[in-house]
Ligand binder design. Structure first.
Ligand code: HEM
Length: 322
């Protein structure tokens, strides 16, 4: 009887752990590098800290790299592979042209290879670096389970449907994120990643003429002026505090100061408006929901066991070709 009770307790515990960690978590663990590269997290944190102190805008770049990695064929560092003579890689797709922070990842990887060669995957480096970037920008800290493996496929056309376009409305965003197991709250909280960084006019200029009813007129005029003088490559920040991870992004959506259509739609749509209001009022709750979302995001379609490798250089597969 006692043994049966213990078994039931054990099963409940396993279920709770799986429920917290989410699907795909079986391959990951919190102490994955404890024996093989115990200082891996510190090495990543030191390099990210130095990089972000030198250029605070890099936090945005590092966060976005992890997102664009995970949404295209899972978190397998495919976004880091360089194009080759016969293949245009993900990083050269239009949606990835403005990705930043590759040099920071290279530096981390070089240091890890010097310390413990062939052990820490580039996909794990991306997950750590994104977490630390958020932390140094003032955002929440969360433990990153590790053990991801690096993939060998990186094809630019894979990004076309996998990455959300800036003109998507709330319903389309909900559907796209749902394909990876995210609920509406996850999607809105993760969109809060736009508390950091900038977008180019090419991504928001249509909103300036087609969405005047949901665009603060002062912001509309200044964005239009910026785009007129700088063209598609001019940039604007997502919110007024673009290097600080905070709740200002959501407050600005309430003021109709969202930069992309896909930002403002979150306040305009009844499906997501309450979440925007809640995150704007309670940044602590936004931080909590963002952590949950990032944990899920870091576990999308993981390569397990023989599927995948630990790359020596994040820019090329180990065989040198694929
Ligand atoms: C919800 C759907 C999303 C859409 C449609 C979207 C779209 C975009 C676009 C168009 C840009 C600007 C690109 C440019 O013009 O250079 C951008 C930047 C950015 N995105 Fe997203 N994004 C989404 C979700 C996310 C998520 C989930 C995260 C992270 C959790 C994220 C993090 C960022 C960051 C940090 C930047 C600024 C990058 C920089 O300053 O270099 N985005 N996003």
């Amino acid at each position: 009887m006692g043994a049966a009770k213990d078994l039931v307790r054990l099963l409940i515990l396993v279920e709770v752990v799986v429920a917290i960690a989410g699907p795909g978590a079986a391959a990951l663990s919190m102490d994955y590098y404890a024996m093989t590269c115990p200082f891996a997290e510190y090495i990543v944190r030191n390099v990210v800290s130095e990089a972000v102190m030198g250029d605070p805008t890099l936090a945005a770049g590092l966060l976005r790299l992890h997102f664009h990695d995970c949404f295209v064929q899972g978190c397998d560092a495919s976004v880091l592979l360089d194009s080759t003579a016969g293949n245009t890689a993900e990083k050269d797709a239009p949606a990835n042209k403005s990705l930043r922070g590759f040099e920071v990842i290279d530096k981390i990887k070089q240091m890890l290879e010097a310390q413990c060669p062939g052990v820490v995957s580039c996909a794990d480096v991306l997950a750590f670096a994104a977490r630390d970037a958020v932390l140094f920008a003032g955002g929440p800290y969360y433990g990153v389970p590790t053990g991801r493996r690096d993939g060998s496929r990186s094809v630019f056309s894979d990004t076309f449907t996998a990455l959300p376009a800036p003109f998507l409305n709330a319903s389309s965003l909900i559907s796209l994120f749902a394909t990876h197991g995210f609920n509406v709250q996850d999607m809105v909280a993760l969109s809060g990643g736009h508390t950091l960084g900038v977008a180019h006019c090419a991504a928001f200029k249509t909103r300036l003429t087609t969405e005047t009813a949901t665009l603060d007129s002062g912001l509309g005029s200044s964005l239009a002026a910026a785009c007129k003088s700088g063209g598609d490559s001019a940039t604007a920040t997502f919110d007024r505090t673009s290097t600080a991870f905070d709740g200002v992004y959501f407050k600005e959506l309430q003021q109709r100061r969202g930069l992309l259509s896909s930002d403002q739609t979150l306040f305009e749509s009844p499906e997501t408006k309450q979440l925007v209001n809640m995150f704007a009022m309670n940044p602590g709750y936004f931080f909590f929901a963002f952590q949950q979302g990032m944990l899920k995001m870091g576990q999308i379609d993981l390569k397990e066991g023989d599927h995948g490798e630990v790359r020596k250089s994040c820019r090329v597969v180990n065989s040198g070709r694929w």
